[in-house]
Design a protein around this ligand. Structure first.
Ligand code: SAM
Ligand code: SF4
Length: 330
């Protein structure tokens, strides 16, 4: 078991399998991004060894993310190989966060690998707005991907970043749509991660305000569901759907934080909002056994900080940490 200095058990890892993406969402990336040279990435075999070592150390849930995880070549090989830990019961959940662009192709295979629930990021149901926010995204393709996921039997959760003056007029519509489709919906506050082309203070919309507004029209009943992360859930009486609010800028979830994040180059970030990290690539490559790797993981967990320091209003457009969300994964 991995227990950090604040007595929190770490049983959840998110792995960014690539920093590349086929979209350029305005809050996530600059249009002209420089990506890592492919040779710097861990191979799929190394990612499997790394993730499997975490499973040996007690990890119960793995989320593959990115960049766009489903654009990494042969990524289904990794899903399938990690799926073996679901069969033994050592792992409870294997899941993915995706922009949906490849779901028509991969939904069935994800299901076969043992994935049961996926998160798909959709910030708006307005085609033109969607293509403006994602810059390179194709709305119809994403909608077809979501339909494919649903018919493959995957449980879909829609993630939407709340953007002031952009999608804030649409949340009622999104709640209706998710209710009809049987999808959960989660709204996310923008986080100050990495340089983008725009000013983040212009985009920031506190979810406390969104919730107060939604309560004028919807009956929101608090749910006790906790994921160890910054999400709080309510049931929407009118649709029966679940709505989550992810408020990473507030501190009060850090006490229950159960996760670490790993980049595609094998660096472990113990907190999304801090720069401290541990190099897992060198010990991974230094020997064929996993002892050095385990030592490095446990040493890093021993440095997991108490909490983060995101304060968007104070920082203006300066990112709190310089790396983009696509490096550490959402
Ligand atoms: N490409 C996949 C996707 O979009 O779902 C996975 C990676 S993406 C970085 C993961 C999540 O992070 C997405 O839901 C995205 O909307 C969110 N995200 C990206 N940059 C963000 C930021 N600066 N603040 C808050 N959420 C962000
Ligand atoms: Fe790509 Fe996801 Fe970032 Fe959008 S949010 S640019 S889809 S990594």
């Amino acid at each position: 078991m991995m227990i950090d200095p604040f007595d929190r058990t770490v049983n959840y890892i998110r792995i960014s399998v690539t920093d590349r993406c086929d979209f350029r969402c305005v809050y996530c990336m600059a249009e002209n991004m420089t990506f890592l040279p492919k040779k710097d990435l861990l191979t799929l075999e190394e990612l499997d060894r790394l993730a499997s070592t975490f499973v040996e150390l007690g990890v119960k849930k793995i989320r593959l993310t990115g960049g766009e995880p489903l654009v990494r070549r042969d990524i289904m090989t990794l899903f399938r190989s990690l799926g073996r830990h679901l069969q033994t019961g050592d792992l409870e959940e294997l899941t993915v966060t995706t922009n949906g662009s490849q779901l028509e192709r991969f939904s069935e295979e994800l299901m076969q690998a043992g994935v049961r629930r996926i998160n798909v990021s959709v910030d708006t149901l307005d085609k033109q707005k969607f293509e403006r926010i994602t810059r390179w995204g194709k709305y119809d393709k994403v909608m077809a991907g979501i339909a494919a996921a649903k018919s493959a039997g995957l449980k879909v959760k829609i993630n939407a970043v709340a953007l002031k003056g952009v999608n804030d007029v649409e949340f009622d519509h999104m709640i209706d749509w998710c209710g009809e489709q049987g999808f959960d919906l989660t709204l996310i506050e923008t986080m100050p991660l990495g340089e983008i082309d725009e000013d983040r203070t212009d985009q920031y919309l506190p979810l406390s305000r969104v919730r107060a507004d939604l309560e004028q029209r919807w009956t929101l009943v608090d749910l006790p569901d906790r994921t160890g992360g910054p999400a709080r859930y309510v049931r929407i009486e009118e649709t029966g759907g679940r709505l989550g609010f992810i408020t990473p800028l507030t501190h009060n979830f850090c006490e229950s934080c159960n996760r670490v994040r790993i980049t595609c180059t094998g660096r472990m970030y113990m907190c999304l909002g801090q720069d401290d990290e541990a190099d897992l690539c060198s010990p991974l490559r230094a020997s064929e056994g996993n002892e050095l790797l385990k030592e490095a993981i446990l040493e890093g967990i021993g440095r997991k900080p108490k909490g983060h320091d995101f304060v968007i209003e104070r920082r203006g457009d300066m990112p709190a940490v310089s790396r983009h969300m696509s490096v550490t994964g959402g």
